[in-house]
Design a protein around this ligand. Structure first.
Ligand SMILES: [Zn+2]
Length: 375
C-alpha cells in the first residue's frame, strides 16, 4: 500500500484542482472611463481646450502621440502591455468589438449592480442609498462555506455599502469611509491621513485611499474574491476636468499593476488568480461637451436631471469595455463581436465559472458566462 500513497495523493490533487481556471478572482472597475480613451488614448480636442484641460501642456507632453495605439498605450501601459497581450478584451467599437451595459439607465448604481449581481432589476433605477434587493456574486459565494469570509470590496464611492447590502451580505466592504476597525499601525496611519487630507468630493474619496486599504487587506486577509472600485475618473469628468480625468486613469492603471504584482508575490495567488477589469458605464462623445456626462434618454428626461438639452440622452454612454487575464483565460486578444455587444450582466457568472462554480446553483437569473473567455 505504502508505495501507492504518492500516486493516490497525485490523483487526489488532480481531481480536486480547479479545472476551470483559478482559486481566486479580482474584479476591478474604473468609474466611467470611456472606451475611446482606452483604445485611442487622449482626445486631441479635449486635451487642448483650456476650459477642459488647463494643464494641456503637461497632458500632451505625457500622453500625446500621432498613433492612437501608442497614445492608448502611453495612457494605460499595464492594461495594454500586460492584460491585453496575455488575455482577452472587448469594447473598441471602431474595430468591431462591442461591450455594453444592458440596464436602462447608464449610470452607476444600476451599472455596478448589473456587473456584480448579474441581474438587471428594473427597480434599481437611481443612485439613492437603498439596500440592494439583488445579491452580488460575492454575497452568493459567502453562503458557500468554501468562500465564507473570503470576499471583500473596496470602493471610493459611498453608495457601495448599499450596493453590497452590508446589513445582509457578510461581504467585507470598505467604501468612502476610513477603516472602522484598523487592523494594524499601517491602517491607523491610513485612517489619520484620510481624515486629515481634504476629500475632493462629498460622496467620493481619493482613490489612493481605496487602493491602500485594499492592498493592506489583500496582504493580510488574502480573500479569494476581491472587488476594487476606483472612482476618480468619473468625478473629474463630471467636473469638466479632462486633464485630471486622464491623470486619474493613468494612476489607476498603475494601481492595477501594483495589485497584480502583489498577487504574484503571494503563494495563494501566484498563477492562481483571474483579473477582470471593466467600467460601470461609458460617456458621451458627440456633441463634444457630452464627454462629461452619461445617461440614457429615459434618465435625462427625469425631473431635474439637468441634462434636458440632450434630447436623445447621452448618446453612446451605454458603451463599456473589459479586459481579463489569468489561468484559464483564453488569449484571444481583442474579441470580435459580429452579433450584438457583450453585456455586463454576464460578468458575475463568468467570474464564478473561473472559480469552478456554476451560477445556476446560486441564481439562475444571472446572465450566462461569456464563453469566448474560457481557454
Ligand atoms: Zn459611474
Amino acid at each position: 500500500m505504502k508505495q501507492f500513497l504518492p500516486l493516490f495523493f497525485l490523483l487526489f490533487s488532480l481531481l480536486s484542482a480547479n479545472i476551470y481556471g483559478a482559486d481566486n478572482v479580482v474584479l476591478i472597475t474604473f468609474d466611467g472611463l470611456r472606451w475611446q480613451e482606452v483604445f485611442s488614448g487622449i482626445d486631441e480636442n479635449l486635451a487642448t481646450l483650456q476650459d477642459y484641460s488647463p494643464q494641456s501642456d503637461r497632458l500632451m507632453q505625457r500622453f500625446w502621440n500621432e498613433s492612437p495605439n501608442d497614445r492608448a498605450e502611453a495612457l494605460l501601459p499595464f492594461i495594454h502591455q500586460t492584460v491585453f497581450t496575455q488575455g482577452s478584451y472587448a469594447g473598441n467599437r471602431r474595430d468591431n468589438s462591442c461591450a455594453a451595459v444592458s440596464n436602462d439607465w447608464y449610470f452607476s448604481y444600476p451599472g455596478y449592480s448589473e456587473i456584480l449581481t448579474g441581474v438587471v432589476n428594473p427597480s434599481i433605477d437611481s443612485n439613492n442609498k437603498v439596500p440592494n434587493t439583488e445579491a452580488t456574486f460575492l454575497e452568493l459565494l459567502e453562503r458557500n462555506s468554501l468562500y465564507s469570509e473570503q470576499t471583500a470590496a473596496f470602493a471610493s464611492w459611498d453608495v457601495f455599502p448599499f450596493i453590497f447590502n452590508v446589513e445582509r451580505s457578510a461581504v467585507h466592504v470598505n467604501a468612502f469611509s476610513t477603516e472602522a476597525n484598523p487592523a494594524d499601525n499601517h491602517e491607523i496611519f491610513l485612517n489619520k491621513l484620510q481624515n486629515d487630507i481634504p476629500t475632493p468630493w462629498s460622496t467620493v474619496r481619493n482613490d489612493a485611499f481605496t487602493h491602500q486599504y485594499a492592498l493592506s487587506y489583500l496582504r493580510r486577509e488574502k480573500p479569494k474574491v476581491l472587488f476594487i472600485s476606483y472612482g476618480e475618473t468619473d468625478d473629474f469628468a463630471h467636473d469638466g476636468k479632462y486633464d485630471e480625468y486622464i491623470f486619474a486613469a493613468n494612476r489607476t492603471d498603475g494601481f492595477i499593476k501594483e495589485i497584480w504584482s502583489t498577487l504574484q508575490s503571494i503563494d495563494q495567488y501566484r498563477d492562481n488568480t483571474v483579473l477582470f477589469i471593466t467600467v460601470d458605464h461609458g460617456r458621451g462623445e458627440e456633441p463634444l461637451q457630452s464627454w462629461m456626462h452619461h445617461s440614457s434618454l429615459q434618465a435625462t428626461t427625469r425631473a431635474n436631471s439637468g441634462l434636458a438639452q440632450y434630447t436623445e440622452g447621452i448618446v453612446g454612454s451605454e458603451a463599456t469595455w473589459f479586459a481579463v487575464m489569468g489561468p484559464g483565460v483564453a488569449r484571444n486578444g481583442q474579441i470580435q463581436t459580429e452579433e450584438g455587444c457583450i453585456t455586463s450582466n454576464r460578468i458575475a457568472a463568468t467570474l464564478m465559472e473561473f472559480l469552478g462554480e456554476d451560477y445556476r446553483d446560486y441564481n439562475p437569473a444571472m446572465g450566462a458566462p461569456i464563453q469566448v473567455l474560457f481557454d
